[in-house]
Design a protein around this ligand. Structure first.
Ligand SMILES: [Fe+2]
Length: 471
């Protein structure tokens, strides 16, 4: 082999190496956090834990939780359980500014699941509330009555600041308790929680032991009784178990957790929308039919054009199974729903999509993958200024443990990922800007492990080049 041939051969090798290196630079994504959480077993808290304590007294109300009760935030659904007898489904409520006490009457329901019979589950909708007002409410009878309070949101409007907490896949482990505590003590005070599905994980117990639905209700009461949690159904809400004769999906969840789905013309409690302050929140169900012609598809098709960004600039979607996920868990489980709905999300400029399911944290760039039509080969997600930011926040801390195994190299669409438990907050400042931050449980309350200023897609549709900062 002559020297010149060696030279050209060497050049070719260099060129190929250069191309590979260049390709890896192009293909590699954002930051995989250097923080590595110690791998330890995630365990549920035992039944006699203090967080599961039954309130004292005969038939005392327990598992108290509230959620938004209409489309605009002037109503609240109050839910609780009594175990000894039905008791009263009435809520007594009064505003901080008024001594006049009002009454609202609710309804009571029960259900059976295999060999379990539920307590008396009460749901009562309080209507015609004033915006931006603190209300006290009292449930139960006599000396076991309990009083709580909540603050209604400001009237819907484009520049109304409002702060949401984001929690997913919470469960009832020792780590779940840490996540909830960190959320409660976060100096960025969340005013309502957007919960992205998988509540109690009762279905991990033999015969889906529904006692663990009750313990979960008591565990989270310290937050859910005082601020609305906006519910999304996850796979652990399905409770479909034909082997023990339980063939009605979502039975425990839909009996226990009511949502205002009729207010947004939905025909099922698994997909619906609300307006809250300056946000329009759409909740979808990964585990209900979403193909063309299905009720969920038709509802969403009619729903998206109704969103008036002049009134509610922030368009947020909650769904359990993520569409973009670079962990080796539940990989591509969200793909078929993405194929169905992603073109709409780009067309209607959804700001952010929050999902759970994967027990870790990840934030994407603004990307879309709508060009692919099977034959054209355009199957790589691309940067798209009209596309949402996708956040996976399934890191509440349930007993199934962390998702630690990531696809390598980090794909270009992934901006930041870390296998830790935690929660996030989204602080909407005005129609153009919101401050988003994620907080891992290992740190002190003031530490934000990932943070980003989010520009609104409708009012501020182009990002500055370096708004995303992570560490
Ligand atoms: Fe899940």
């Amino acid at each position: 082999m002559g020297a010149s041939r060696m030279g050209s051969f060497g050049f070719c090798i260099m060129l190929i190496l250069g191309l590979i290196l260049n390709e890896s630079l192009l293909c590699n994504g954002g930051v995989t956090s250097s923080f590595v959480r110690k791998v330890e077993k995630t365990m549920d808290m035992p039944l006699d834990s203090d967080v599961f304590r039954v309130p004292p007294g005969y038939n005392a109300p327990q598992q108290v939780h509230i959620t938004q009760g209409d489309h605009v935030g002037k109503a609240v659904i109050v839910s609780w359980v009594t175990v000894d007898e039905p008791g009263s489904s009435t809520v007594l409520y009064w505003s901080e500014k008024s001594k006049q006490k009002n009454k609202a009457n609710g309804k009571v329901t029960t259900y059976k699941y295999y060999n379990y019979t539920s307590g008396y589950i009460h749901h009562c909708t309080i209507k015609h509330l004033k915006f931006d007002t603190k209300y006290y409410y009292k449930i139960g009878i006599g000396h076991v009555a309990r009083t709580f309070w909540f603050v209604t949101p400001p009237e819907v409007g484009p520049d109304v600041p409002y702060t949401f907490g984001l929690i997913g896949d919470l469960g009832q482990s020792f780590d779940s308790n840490k996540t909830l505590t960190h959320y409660e003590l976060n100096p960025i005070k969340g005013q309502a929680v957007l919960f992205v599905g998988d509540l109690s994980y009762a279905d991990n117990y033999p015969n889906h032991d529904n006692v663990r639905w009750d313990t979960w209700g008591r565990f989270v009461e310290r937050s859910t009784a005082y601020q609305p949690w906006i519910w999304t159904a996850g796979n652990h809400e399905i409770d479909f178990a034909p082997e023990i004769g339980e063939t009605k999906p979502f039975k425990p969840y839909t009996h226990r957790y009511h949502v205002p789905y009729r207010a947004s013309n939905s025909t099922a409690p698994l997909w619906y929308s609300i307006k809250r302050a300056s946000a329009y929140i759409i909740v979808l169900s990964s585990y209900s039919a979403y193909g063309k012609y299905t009720p969920q598809f038709k509802w969403l098709e009619e729903e998206l054009p109704k969103v008036n960004r002049t009134e509610t600039p922030w368009l947020i979607v909650l769904v359990h199974s993520p569409w973009y996920n670079s962990y080796n868990y539940h990989y591509m489980e969200g793909e078929t729903m993405r194929v169905m709905y992603e073109p709409w999300f780009v067309k209607y400029k959804v700001d952010m999509v929050f999902a759970g399911h994967v027990h870790a944290y990840e934030r994407t760039e603004r990307i879309s993958n709508v060009a692919y039509n099977v034959v054209n080969g355009e199957c790589t997600p691309i940067r798209d200024q009209s596309a949402p930011i996708y956040i996976t926040i399934g890191d509440g801390g349930n007993l199934e443990g962390l998702a630690t195994n990531m696809t390598e190299p980090q794909p270009a669409y992934s901006a930041f990922r870390e296998a830790s438990f935690g929660h996030a907050t989204l602080a909407i400042k005005n129609r153009t800007h919101a401050y988003y931050s994620w907080h891992r449980n290992q740190d002190g309350y003031a530490v934000e492990a990932d943070k980003i200023w989010v520009n609104n897609r409708f009012w501020h549709p182009v990002d500055e080049s370096t708004t995303a900062k992570s560490r």
